[in-house]
Design a protein around this ligand. Structure first.
Ligand SMILES: Nc1ncnc2c1ncn2[C@@H]1O[C@H](C[S@+](CC[C@H]([NH3+])C(=O)[O-])CC(=O)[O-])[C@@H](O)[C@H]1O
Length: 330
């Protein structure tokens, strides 16, 4: 049975952190990774690793990070055997939730059209070239790749979901030495007050946090002075001060805690010390943006809405609507 050589993937980043004044973070990360992969490995780790290792060796790979699908191609094309191995490997990493991706002509139609979110957020971001970026709750790393495509100097994504790491590595294994990493840790696992990033994104995470204000403070701590927060989260209609806390599940999702109105969210950002917070987009999530596909065969949004009134969740709450907010750390 193969073991996951996590050091091969993470040592360069650990060394980079140690050399750039982040030795405290590097030490903490090393012990977190040792715990995750050596002391208490996930039950599916071997299966995902086998899938990753089955991806064919290919030369001359080119990457296009500017299309809706993160696209890998090779001028020589693939043999029939390589195509089969590729498809089997990628199927072994299902369910694919965040994307899409195009691996040498094999198109991964993910549950989410993450490119639609990117198109909503991108116009409002400060120029990304040369910036150091943290993407909290990055999923498969889809938006990390898009930010690299925009010239970001360094991108670090964090997400505790381990399958996402293997999906990310299935893209990264075809790249040279690129300044993008995905760390399988939670926001709460980072040291406080890193002040290491020019831009920090938290998209689709705030409503999963029991202490949303602490999440905002943690995000602020990751930024340098003048750094930019990009926050995207579920909101509900209502006056300033209004927040919905579901009785139990929301759209069948567990761990949904606070859905504020837009004005409440702006107040939260103000109270946690951000400046110039502005709502740049509010969009209802549709069953075109989030749906079951051949690469994610479980239930999806269409099953989480009330069939008699699709403007409401199955529990009777307002259907999903997401706001994007940009704010600065003073
Ligand atoms: N405490 C935490 N710390 C870090 N990540 C977390 C935490 N809790 C949950 N997550 C991760 O946050 C991601 C939220 S999904 C948004 C993906 C992408 N950002 C997107 O905007 O498309 C939205 C959704 O599916 O509800 C998941 O991948 C979790 O594992």
């Amino acid at each position: 049975m193969a073991t996951f050589d996590w050091k091969k993937h993470f040592e360069p980043l650990l060394a980079e952190l140690a050399q750039s004044g982040q030795a405290r973070w590097a030490d903490r990360l090393r012990s977190q990774l040792t715990h995750r992969f050596d002391d208490a490995p996930h039950g599916d780790l071997d299966r995902w690793l086998a899938a990753l290792n089955e991806l064919p060796e290919l030369s001359g790979v080119e990457t296009d990070l500017e299309r809706p699908a993160i696209t890998l191609s090779t001028p020589d094309g693939l043999t029939a055997l390589q195509k089969t191995r590729l498809e089997n490997a990628l199927r072994g990493l299902m369910p694919w939730r965040k994307g899409p991706f195009d691996f040498f002509g094999t198109y991964i139609d993910t549950e989410w059209r993450s490119d639609w979110k990117w198109d909503r957020v991108r116009p409002y971001l400060s120029e990304l070239s040369g910036r150091r970026i943290l993407d909290v709750g990055c999923g498969s790393g889809y938006h990390c790749w898009r930010m690299l495509g925009e010239g970001a100097e360094r991108v670090i994504g964090i997400d505790p979901g381990l399958l996402f790491l293997f999906q990310f590595l299935s893209v990264k294994r075809y790249q040279g030495d690129v300044p993008v990493d995905l760390l399988p840790v939670r926001m709460e696992d980072l040291p406080d007050n890193l002040q290491a990033f020019d831009t920090t994104l938290s998209m689709g995470v705030l409503y999963h946090r029991r202490s949303p204000l602490d999440h905002l403070l943690e995000l602020k701590g990751t930024l340098r002075r003048g750094g930019e927060l990009v926050l995207e989260t579920l909101v509900v209609d209502g006056p300033e001060g209004f927040t919905l806390m579901p009785e139990d599940r929301y759209g069948k999702m567990r761990n949904v805690w606070f859905l504020p109105s837009c004005d409440t969210l702006l107040r939260w950002l103000d109270r946690t010390g951000f400046r110039n917070a502005r709502i740049v987009d509010v969009t209802e999530t549709t069953t075109d943006e989030q749906r079951s596909t051949d690469w994610m065969r479980f239930n999806s949004l269409q099953d989480f809405l009330d069939p008699a009134d699709p403007s409401r969740t199955i529990e009777g709450y307002p259907g999903p609507k997401r706001a994007t907010i940009i704010a600065e750390k003073p």
